[in-house]
Each structure stands twice: as structure tokens, then as C-alpha cells.
Write a protein that binds this ligand. Structure first.
Ligand code: ADP
Length: 179
């Protein structure tokens, strides 16, 4: 676990649809109408109400996020963040878009007064973002946001669906524990 002011960041191995946090962050696509991977898992666990609400949103551009209710999930809210398809951009632009998914999600959580948020490893599945680079962007973006909001006490969980992802977050945290 890494402490940033009154907030914390931690990595957790398991299925994001089981997490009892205020909000889970979905790795959505820009149509917001469901898909495979974590998106499909979240929609099937939440039930049809989620898709109905998503239909009213009119999609979401890459790098931005939208919030809905969690329906049958233990999480009260779902934040739908649209990560970059890695091959469609320069690496620098992909990094900006990915960082923006994390900060936009935290903005929404903060505006709603939430105190715990679990992120999926956005873009690291079918969107093809190299895991180590994506993990670095994720941790740096969240850390920067938390440092910029010292009044906020947020529990941030990076949900890792496999050991490889967990190991990447733990390696990244090791760089952030000094100071
Ligand atoms: P993207 O299209 O943004 O790449 P994916 O859903 O393909 O999104 O993958 C993002 C990450 O979500 C991957 O690390 C994948 O292993 C992980 N993932 C898939 N199912 C789940 C789940 N139920 N809970 C948490 N993470 C999951």
C-alpha cells in the first residue's frame, strides 16, 4: 500500500465485480454499450439496468469518463472510462489519454463525495497497451491527482485480474514508497 496524504493506493488480485467499494471503474469502449473483457463482466454482474442507463449517455470520447449506478453490483456506482487503443496513437498521446481516464474518474468520484474507488487495468487487455507502461501511467496519474487534492481521503484500489498485473503494480509501488 502507498500512502499519499490522507489517501491510499493498493493493488488487489481478483474480480472487480465482487468489490465492495463506492465505485468500480470499467474499461469501457466509446459506445458505452458493453463489450468483452471487464466491460462484459461488469454488465453481466450489474444486470440489464446498467445497459439501459448507458444507452442514455450517448457514448464517451477516449480519455473521458461517465458515471452510472451500479445496479446489482456490490459497488454503488460504475465509472465508465474509455482508454486508448494503443496502436491508434503515438505512445505519448496514448499515455496522455490513459492518464486522463484515471484523473477524470477521480474527478467524478470526488464530485460525488465517494471515498473508495477500484480501477480495472484500463487498455491493457484487447486495447493492447503494454502492461508495464500502462501501470506506470496509472500509478503516476493517480498519485498526481491525490497530491493535488490533499483535502481528499480516497482509498484507491488497482484491481488486478491476474498475477502478472499484480506484479506490475507491486513493482511500480516500490518506486513510489520512498518519500
Ligand atoms: P481494454 O479494452 O481497455 O483493454 P479489457 O477488458 O480487454 O479492456 O482488459 C482490461 C483489463 O481488465 C485486463 O487486465 C483484463 O485482464 C482485466 N479484466 C478482465 N475481466 C476482469 C474482471 N472481471 N475483473 C477485473 N479485471 C478484469
Amino acid at each position: 500500500m502507498v500512502r499519499v496524504g490522507r489517501s491510499t493506493m493498493e493493488a488487489w488480485l481478483g474480480d472487480i465485480t465482487t468489490l465492495e467499494v463506492d465505485a468500480i471503474v470499467n474499461a469501457a469502449n466509446s459506445g458505452l454499450l458493453g463489450g468483452g473483457g471487464v466491460d462484459g463482466a461488469i454488465h453481466s454482474a450489474a444486470g440489464p439496468g446498467l445497459l439501459e442507463e448507458c444507452r442514455t449517455l450517448g457514448g464517451c470520447p477516449t480519455g473521458e469518463a461517465r458515471i452510472t449506478s451500479g445496479y446489482r453490483l456490490p459497488a454503488r456506482w460504475v465509472i465508465h472510462a474509455v482508454g486508448p487503443i494503443y496502436a491508434r496513437h503515438t505512445p505519448e498521446r496514448s499515455a496522455e489519454l490513459l492518464a486522463s481516464c484515471y484523473t477524470a474518474s477521480l474527478d467524478l468520484a470526488f464530485e460525488r463525495g465517494l471515498s473508495s474507488v477500484a480501477f480495472s487495468a484500463i487498455s491493457t487487455g484487447v486495447y493492447g497497451y503494454p502492461l508495464g507502461a500502462a501501470t506506470r501511467v496509472a500509478v503516476e496519474a493517480v498519485r498526481g491527482w491525490l497530491e493535488a487534492h490533499p483535502e481528499c481521503a480516497m482509498r484507491v484500489v488497482f484491481c488486478c485480474f491476474d498475477e502478472r498485473t499484480l506484479a506490475a503494480y507491486e513493482a511500480e509501488f516500490a518506486r513510489h514508497t520512498i518519500g
